[in-house]
Design a protein around this ligand. Structure first.
Ligand code: PFF
Length: 469
């Protein structure tokens, strides 16, 4: 039997609304800003292959598990985990999984909103026509001057936080559902147009080779961790965003179909972004490993040279802001839902408190690109000697907290939750159902083992053990 609980926060109006909202959460800066630059930093094709494998074997099964937990518990992640653990006769400490997610949400949003602020600024920059006929050096220097100015970054960061909290305070259903329905297809179409331009203006085949040729010699344990961490990040997994969206999912919607659809759309958007960006990187002798500034230095070149580029460029950055906006909302929704459930606060109050905390934490990232760029908090560890505060926040959340959260969810659903419960949620009535068995195998064994092995490999524990024999 599916659970008869209902959420006090309401429910999506349909299965489609959930798919759109979850896609809105998944498709964001991770696809268009982060995926291209980490692919560049990690050498291309082999990294992309590992990333795709992680999406298929770890991401999709864990997404189904996370939606399932949410729909079963129908509350904020902290309360959902507490309720389900007690129902399954497990320790109440499972609620700390919800707390871990809440912390990860704050940390991610603190830097996410700074980068989304860059996108906001670029809407106006592109709109003003500064990129018309711009050269690669010109675009790089405009970007360099922008991030060197902490006041500007702070202003855009503030605006983005206000926008996010505004929507969250009004509830996620009406406004957001409608916005996503319109914006996601538009983003998709625009990306395809950009790929078309990159084909003409750029070194398309070199870009495609870079993305899809597997050179395993360039793959290190750390790049495997980055690929896995990014699979969690891009699908919004491991911190409760998908869990809370699942808690608003109507009873009769198929968890498997919706999860697979969301993961596919997310992946296509990331690959399209890569196909738009790398041909230009090579055509303009730019560095694929340029880091977080990559799209802000490459895409303006296309816009500067294509007909009606000012118009398309402005539109592109507007859509990027919308994509980031629909993701940011899901980063803070678990906290807001919890404040409403446990403290009885209004959504407006809860969103304001959460917004102020995130804004303050965002200062760490703002300063990482200018006055604080020389602050390297973990300089005493060789691996992090050059990492700024922004780098560390990103590493901690994507590569550690999200995979850890996902690992714990997989263990809970795969090992501790009764089979009848997961079968009921997936609407499966036969123990021998092939799809169910494949999913259960992935959740029980493959996903947890993969996460553990990557963790051990990166920390050097596997090497240390191997040297004993
Ligand atoms: N998936 C979003 C992106 O790719 O930009 C980022 C994100 C949203 C991560 C929500 C985690 C999350 F819970």
């Amino acid at each position: 039997m599916t659970s008869s609980r209902s959420s006090i926060h309401g429910e999506w109006s349909s299965r489609l609304a959930f798919v759109l909202a979850a896609t809105g959460s998944a498709v964001g800066l991770g696809n268009i800003w982060k995926f291209p630059y980490i692919t560049g930093e990690n050498g291309g094709g082999a990294f992309v292959l590992v990333y795709l494998l992680c999406i298929a074997c770890i991401g999709i099964p864990i997404m189904m598990a996370e939606v399932m937990l949410g729909r079963r518990g129908r509350q904020s992640p902290i309360n959902t985990m507490r309720t389900l653990a007690s129902e399954m006769g497990q320790s109440r400490y499972w609620c700390y999984l919800g707390w871990l997610g809440m912390l990860a949400g704050f940390l991610i949003l603190s830097y996410y909103s700074v980068i989304a602020g860059w996108a906001l600024a670029y809407v106006f920059r592109t709109g003003s026509g500064v990129f018309v006929n711009v050269t690669a050096d010109g675009a790089a220097s405009i970007f360099g001057r922008f991030i060197a100015d902490p006041e500007k970054l702070l202003a855009w960061h503030t605006l983005f936080i206000v926008m996010t909290m505004f929507v969250v305070s009004r509830g996620v259903t009406q406004g957001l559902e409608k916005a996503v329905r319109l914006l996601m297809p538009a983003l998709f179409v625009l990306l395809i147009i950009l790929v078309g331009y990159a084909m003409n203006l750029g070194e398309f085949s070199q870009g495609i080779h870079f993305l899809f040729d597997f050179d395993f010699s360039r793959l290190t344990a750390d790049s495997v961790l980055t690929a896995m961490g990014h699979a969690f990040f891009t699908l919004s997994l491991g911190m409760g965003a998908i869990m809370i969206y699942g808690s608003y999912l109507p009873k009769d919607a198929s968890i498997a179909k919706t999860s697979i659809t969301v993961a596919l759309m997310d992946t296509v958007v990331a690959l399209l972004a890569g196909m738009a960006i790398f041909p230009l990187v090579f055509a303009n002798a730019l560095e694929p490993g340029a880091g977080p500034g990559l799209i802000f230095q490459t895409l303006p070149i296309v816009f500067g040279h294509m007909p009606a580029g000012t118009f398309f460029g402005t539109l592109f950055f507007i859509l990027l802001v919308f994509a980031a906006w629909t993701s940011a909302i899901s980063l803070i929704e678990p906290t807001v839902a919890w404040l409403v459930e446990n403290r009885g606060h209004s959504r407006i109050y809860a969103a304001t408190v959460a917004g102020i905390i995130t804004w303050l934490m965002g200062l760490l990232t703002v300063f990482s690109f200018n006055i604080g760029e020389d602050i390297k908090p973990l300089a005493f560890i060789a691996k992090f000697a050059d990492s700024t505060m922004f780098d560390l926040l990103d590493y901690l959340t994507s590569n550690i907290m999200l995979p850890l959260g996902g690992l714990l969810m997989a263990i809970f659903v795969g090992w501790l939750m009764k089979k009848e419960t997961s079968m009921a949620e997936l609407d499966i009535h036969d123990h021998l159902h092939v799809g169910y068995r494949v999913w259960l195998f992935l959740v029980k064994f493959i996903a947890p083992l993969a996460v553990i092995i990557v963790f051990l490999e990166v920390t050097g524990i596997i090497d240390a053990l191997a040297s004993l024999f």
